[in-house]
Design a protein around this ligand. Structure first.
Ligand code: ADP
Length: 628
């Protein structure tokens, strides 16, 4: 029996185009062929379970081998195999209706995945790396004859009698000269590790040596000999395919190590398991957050029926959870996904909100069950929660009950608890509740102490995302504003009914202002005389909350904000008109001494805020020495 024919596509020769176009992604040929082989074994297993195949299934498996001298790579399976008719039907009829349509779509397609996915060209991806492809196959059907199919990359193929004696299929690729890098143990291992690590049937690649019992030695002790055995490279039942009830914490931690061998243990995990309205399983881990965010991205692997697809899960996982680790497996996402597909797909959107909900539920549960350990983890998870609250309305609604605020005393409060705590003391005369915060407790210590002395609480807001979180809180919480603790002198941070005035005459006030203006002689510093409590510091330097926020935002890069970015840092130098020192300066006759005292008081203010550096610091030290 021998038959020649033409592959049914009505164009001259698409293989060179496929080859060229798909070149950058060409390693996926192995994923496609191994997936086909796995499917073939699954099909025969299913037939057996349905009673439609009654012979011995044997150990279902897929083997990959290569021959450097012959320049071949072979993918073998003991699956259902194909009859000659089936080859003609499945292999020769490339699954698209015509060349015109193909070329049309081809132009739009952005990558190899898209082409392969749209046209069911999985098998043909072999031609990205091979000049010639051979199939040797024997169908499971009673009385089936072995068949060989050969195609040299033109539209011509040849079918003849094959040589296989057992059920299954070998696909033999004659690797082209440009693709010889694939004829390499490490290269193949790397690709298999990437795509095939969790396939549901054993994947054999290479050999390993094992010790086998070999009788007894003269003294009657057991002897062993080394034998080469097939090397299984995959884990056929990774934990996401199991029910959560079957798994222990150790199983989850071990799997994490398997995925990310060098990482620290995760904080906790979420087992995803849904079958309606879409199918999805997976395990997501909350990692310990490292400083460098970007290094940690793209750590979630997307699978489709245990075949690795991609680790770019941008559209499936909400943006704020991109730093999570783990796996997601959904047969509803086709093997050959492309960006544009994911964005348009409605399942993907549902998956996205399902994941958001699951994560929120898990966090709520952790919070409820063991608040103390939740608080301990807050430093690590707070970033996700805040990011989620800023970027997803639905998540905010859930998270507002388990998001925590931390203060400088290391106490944790929910939003509601905090409101209760501060509303009495920190509500201003207009009924607005003012939350005070610091982003640098060391630098702002004098302000924090002053605030505490007044009975105010100070929140710690020093994570990279807190600027945005603060805006979000103000937006969401009623009649609430947040102020950095150094945004104004303490008595003005939260304006109360009491009228603070200084006891200076107008003349004295303008005199003291002049003295300080002369002593400071710095641009961007505006001197004002304020009526503060007598025991407050004589001089305080503040930057207006609004101005500072605008500048922070400009720094983080916002087009229209650049205006603010270009402004110099403007500070207010508040002189405490009620402080003893002011009276002393005014009563000093000697102008030189007045200036010295003013300078000293100003420098002390700078010093207490970590703003005194360089030549100014040196001058301060020298002046202090001469004063003592
Ligand atoms: P797809 O897998 O998307 O249908 P392919 O081009 O990869 O497209 O394969 C076409 C068909 O060829 C498969 O659906 C299957 O019926 C058959 N086939 C491919 N590889 C094998 C194999 N190893 N064993 C049995 N049948 C196979």
């Amino acid at each position: 029996m021998q038959e020649k024919g033409t592959i049914s596509i009505h164009t001259e020769n698409i293989f060179p185009i496929i080859k060229k176009f798909l070149y950058s992604d060409n390693e996926i040929f192995l994923r496609e062929l191994v997936s086909n082989a796995v499917d073939a074994t699954q099909k025969v297993k299913r037939l057996a379970s349905l009673g439609q195949y009654n012979k011995d299934l044997g150990n279902l498996k897929v083997s990959i081998s290569f021959d450097e001298a012959k320049k071949t790579i072979t993918v073998s399976d003991n699956g259902i195999g194909m009859t000659g008719e089936e080859i003609k039907k499945y292999i020769n009829q490339i699954a698209f209706s015509g060349a015109t349509e193909f070329m049309e779509k081809f132009k739009e397609a952005k990558d190899a995945n898209e082409i392969i996915g749209r046209f069911g060209l999985g098998f043909y991806s072999a031609f990205m790396v091979a000049d010639k492809v051979e199939i040797e196959t024997l169908s499971y059907q009673d009385g089936a004859e072995p068949v060989r199919w050969i195609c040299d990359g033109s539209t011509e193929f040849e079918i003849s009698e094959g040589t296989r004696t057992h059920r299954g299929t070998d696909v033999i690729l004659y690797i082209n000269p440009e693709s010889e890098e694939f004829l390499n143990q490490y290269k193949l291992q790397e690709i298999l590790d990437k795509y095939c690590k969790f396939l549901p049937v054993p994947i054999m690649f290479g050999t390993k040596t094992e010790q086998e019992p070999d009788g007894e030695d003269a003294e009657g002790k057991p002897k062993y000999k080394s034998v080469e055995v097939d090397n299984i490279i995959n884990n056929t039942s990774p934990i996401w395919t199991k029910a959560p009830g079957e798994l222990s914490d150790e199983d989850y931690l071990n799997f994490y190590k398997e995925l990310y061998p060098l990482s620290e243990d995760p904080l906790f995990w979420i087992h995803l398991n849904v079958d309606y309205p879409f199918n999805l399983t997976g395990v997501l881990y909350f990692p310990k957050v490292k400083n460098d965010f970007d290094l940690q991205r793209n750590k979630i692997k997307l699978f489709s029926r245990q075949v690795f697809i991609t680790d770019e899960v941008k559209d499936i996982v909400p943006e704020f959870l991109m730093l999570l680790h783990g796996v997601i497996d959904s047969p509803d996402i086709p093997l050959n996904v492309s960006r544009s597909f994911l964005q348009a797909d409605s399942n993907v959107k549902k998956i996205n909100s399902y994941i958001t909900k699951k994560v929120a539920d898990k966090l709520a549960e952790l919070f409820r069950k063991d608040r103390k350990s939740y608080e301990e983890k807050w430093n690590d998870i707070g970033l996700f929660v805040k990011y989620g609250m800023i970027s997803e309305e639905k998540f905010y609604e859930k998270a507002k009950d388990f998001a925590l605020l931390t203060n400088t005393k290391n106490e944790y409060y929910t939003l509601e608890e905090y409101r209760e705590k501060v509303k009495e003391t920190q509500t201003d005369k207009d009924g607005n509740c003012v939350y005070l915060y610091t982003n640098d407790p060391a630098k702002q210590d004098s302000f924090i102490q002053a605030a505490n002395k007044k009975g105010y609480d100070v929140l710690l807001m020093n994570s990279p995302i807190d600027n945005h979180f603060i805006n979000q809180l103000e937006h969401k919480l009623e009649k609430t504003s947040l102020k950095r603790v150094d945004a104004d002198v303490i008595d003005k941070l939260i304006t109360k009914e009491e009228n603070l005035t200084h006891e200076l005459t107008e003349e004295e006030a303008s005199k003291i202002k002049q003295i300080f203006e002369k002593a400071i002689s710095k641009p961007n510093m505006t001197v004002e005389v304020e009526g503060l409590h007598a025991e407050a510091l004589p001089v305080t330097i503040t930057m207006d909350e609004f101005m500072r926020r605008m500048k922070d935002m400009a720094r983080m890069g916002g087009g229209a904000m650049n205006f603010y970015g270009s402004l110099p840092d403007n500070y207010k130098v508040a002189i405490n008109g009620n402080h003893k020192l002011v009276g002393r300066i005014l009563n000093t006759e000697n102008e030189e001494t007045q200036t010295q005292l003013a300078k000293q008081a100003f420098d002390l203010a700078l010093l207490s805020q970590g703003m005194l550096t360089g030549a100014d610091l040196t001058e301060f030290v020298n002046r202090s020495v001469s004063l003592i």
